[in-house]
Design a protein around this ligand. Sequence first.
Ligand SMILES: Cc1cc2nc3c(=O)[nH]c(=O)nc-3n(C[C@H](O)[C@H](O)[C@H](O)COP(=O)(O)OP(=O)(O)OC[C@H]3O[C@@H](n4cnc5c(N)ncnc54)[C@H](O)[C@@H]3O)c2cc1C
Length: 460
Amino acid sequence: MSRLVIIGGSDAGISAALRAKEIEPKIDITVIVADKFPNYSICGLPFYISSEVPDWKKLAHRTVEDIEKQDIRLLLEHRTQTIDPKSKIVSVKDNKGKIFSLKYDKLIIATGAVSARPQITGLDLPGVFLLRWMEDGFLLKSYLDEKKPERAIIIGGGYIGMEMADAFKLRGIDATVIEYFDTLLTTMDPEIGKRVEETLARHGVKAVTKTAVNSIEEKGNCLRVFGSNGFQAEAEVILVASGVRPNVDLALSAGVSLGDFGAIKVNRKMETNIADIYATGDCVETWHRLLQKYVYMPLGSTAHKQGRAAGQNAAGGNAEFQGSLGTQAVKIFDVVAARTGLRDVEANTAGFDPLTIEYEDWDHKVYYPGARRLILRLTGDKRTGRLLGLQMIGPYGAEISKRVDIIAAAISSGMQVNEIGALDLTYTPPLSSPWDPLQSVCQAWMKYFPQKGKFPKVDS
Ligand SMILES: Cc1cc2nc3c(=O)[nH]c(=O)nc-3n(C[C@H](O)[C@H](O)[C@H](O)COP(=O)(O)OP(=O)(O)OC[C@H]3O[C@@H](n4cnc5c(N)ncnc54)[C@H](O)[C@@H]3O)c2cc1C
């Protein structure tokens, strides 16, 4: 019987295991997991910390029993120490310190990412937290429950920082977000970032942009943060949410090659440079569908798909990861911001000739109660009319992420901006208009090309 060993039991590792079993039910699968929380949705941690999801056990995509019922062996609280690709053996340390060896025929590395630790002195002080693992979530939540801080500082204005600003406020804690760049949520245009800042302000969260935090010091019962341009602020709890880096030390020591972004280099079958070793999830570089090259884009949605491809191939199948568009959504208080594809600046760098327009519309017919304003920023290519990207922001409940998903699907199939108008989308006054806002923004974009009306069709 073929032996598949998977290192890592989160989104990518468990997706790989489940798919491998579907493809080859007789395969012998062992998943080695450093912690005791296999297949937990760490994406849900902000909602557990806020207490919107009071029971952490509910964050499990699947329980241990669900996974084991699939005839998948889980070695929880076991850490892989080395990989020997020549003899096809991994050495594993259990939670009592005992070291043993496991033979594999195929190996999948799914070790994920770790929180970035920026160059800030004082990161190890009590009251300063990172947020990546379930344990990080437990530590932060019990600190909040026990110490009942009144003020929080979040270092990093990305999507985790936004979700945590919301979480702190829900707990009655005053929050300040400090961001190095000019605006928040820098994976979206500054025009969206500014609106996010306004949303935070409306909910009493202060955002300080263009500020680099240099150090954190203890001052009596609280922590004082020092930043560029003489910035200083105090809080009882600090969350550092300044991104992640791929967890590749183990792979590297086994001779697995890394790509330009420091994550594991894989092909679209999720194979590494070493025979019979695959890698998947936040530890690998990701094929970008529009850019047609590898980028580092660690997301749970992507980790699941890459894991599935790796699992299928390791079990003898033939799958290719189709690529990512960086499709992403975040809920910030009563607002949702979402994006897919390329923004103007990204499209320009990639050699497209982009035009981005901003457009406002209602989510449904205004005469039906509760219509809400949406902001759409659409990017298309002026030379070919190809749809390149969409960013949206508007009220929670206005189907923003699903509208962005429609554009993600359209980009994936190589559609042009003018083709969106022809899509047969649903219409009923409480939910949309005869022309959905997506179609109206595309028509508005096409007004810049009255003589073209239609662009020559391009290959996707
Ligand atoms: C707060 C938060 C919110 C998020 N929200 C979203 C969201 O809304 N949408 C989205 O798409 N993504 C989101 N993400 C990102 C998403 O969680 C990750 O992209 C996803 O978890 C990646 O899965 P992975 O399996 O590749 O790696 P990880 O989840 O990092 O898991 C790595 C696994 O490897 C194990 N491991 C590591 N080293 C070893 C070793 N030596 N031996 C054995 N086991 C080892 C770990 O125990 C773990 O099981 C969020 C992340 C966080 C932290």
